[in-house]
Design a protein around this ligand. Structure first.
Ligand code: IMP
Ligand code: MG
Length: 191
């Protein structure tokens, strides 16, 4: 039988390179509030939630269970960042919606708005399809690096400082989407 190790074994969720910004509890509470607000604002209407892959998947899955309205979901995939930590400004549609959105009330669901370049372009594209209305819900809003100052974020989970964050769907080069909290990576060069 192997001797018990006295070394502390960190897991992905207890990685000391992560500094928690919003806990699982903070997030649950805020999602509930946002869901109630959206439910009230769209009372009597049907809603199409458009998730922007991949970052919004957890936010979308959580918030839709707090929106007490008839709704459907669809997904878009656009490339703007690839594996880098900064925006290129170019938006390429990698996957378009599965269904038409003409005459629908569309709520675009995003993980984070940073420069706003991706979302501004996406809202232009979707807004030109004859929708009844189009609004934007973003789990996080990082206003400082905003280039598209005119972009309106209708529903925001949390406003954050200009730091690179991960978890709750957000990644750094594909990693950390599974963290149940939002964290800052203290040393991005450390594994
Ligand atoms: P924008 O065009 O600069 O607003 O880009 C927004 C996209 O950049 C988000 O959907 C994320 O994929 C990515 N992004 C921006 N900031 C962060 C961050 O702090 N962590 C992880 N991804 C980010
Ligand atoms: Mg994204």
């Amino acid at each position: 039988m192997a001797a018990e190790s006295t070394q502390t074994a960190f897991t992905e969720f207890t990685n000391p390179n992560l500094e928690v910004l919003f806990s699982e509890q903070d997030i649950k509470q805020r999602i509930r509030e946002l869901g109630d607000q959206i439910t009230a604002d769209y009372a009597g209407k049907e809603l199409v939630l458009v998730g922007v892959l991949k970052g919004s998947c957890i936010f979308l899955a959580d918030i839709m269970r707090h929106i007490d309205l008839p709704l459907s979901i669809d997904f878009m995939s656009v490339s703007s960042y690839k594996d880098q930590m900064r925006s290129t400004g170019d938006v390429e549609i990698l996957k378009d919606l599965s269904n038409p959105i003409r005459d629908k009330h569309v709520l675009v669901v995003e993980d984070i708005i940073d420069t706003g370049l991706t979302l501004s372009r996406l809202l232009e594209i979707l807004g030109s399809r004859g929708v009844a209305s189009i609004k934007l819900a973003s789990f996080l809003d990082k206003p400082e690096p905003r280039i598209k100052k005119e972009l309106v974020v209708d529903y925001t989970g949390f406003v954050i400082p200009n730091k690179f964050v991960v978890g709750y769907g957000l990644d750094a080069a594909g990693r950390y989407r599974n963290l149940p909290f939002i964290a800052v990576v203290k040393d991005p060069s450390a594994a």
